[in-house]
Write a new protein. Structure first.
Length: 112
């Protein structure tokens, strides 16, 4: 009985702390630092776009390079992006080991 109760408490704590950290999709507009195309271990192509994001820590402003990954059919759209340009895309934000990254869900057309 104690094992079952302990398991329930662990599961409840997991959802209490992990659930709120899941972010909703958002529109990202950012300067492109680099674009790299590669193939994963299964032979599927993907595109990694490093975007510049302005941040501040202890009153010090700086620019951080954040990876934005595109997979599947979106990888082909992201491959057309150019270093120094601007990306406008729908992304899903995630955090791993305290580092932010994005998964590109759709690349939006640049309306100039």
């Amino acid at each position: 009985m104690k094992r079952i109760f302990a398991s329930i408490v662990v599961i409840a704590c997991f959802f209490a702390f992990v659930g709120p950290s899941m972010a909703a999709d958002k529109v990202l507009t950012a300067k492109i630092q680099s674009v790299t195309q590669a193939v994963d271990r299964n032979g599927a192509p993907y595109t990694r776009v490093i975007v510049a994001e302005q941040r501040s820590l202890n009153g010090v402003a700086y620019e951080a390079g954040i990876p934005a990954m595109a997979f599947g059919h979106v990888a082909k759209d992201a491959a057309g992006l150019k270093e120094g340009g601007t990306i406008k895309a729908i992304v899903s934000e995630r955090e791993f080991n305290g580092r932010t990254s994005y998964t590109i869900m759709a690349v939006l057309p640049d309306k100039k």
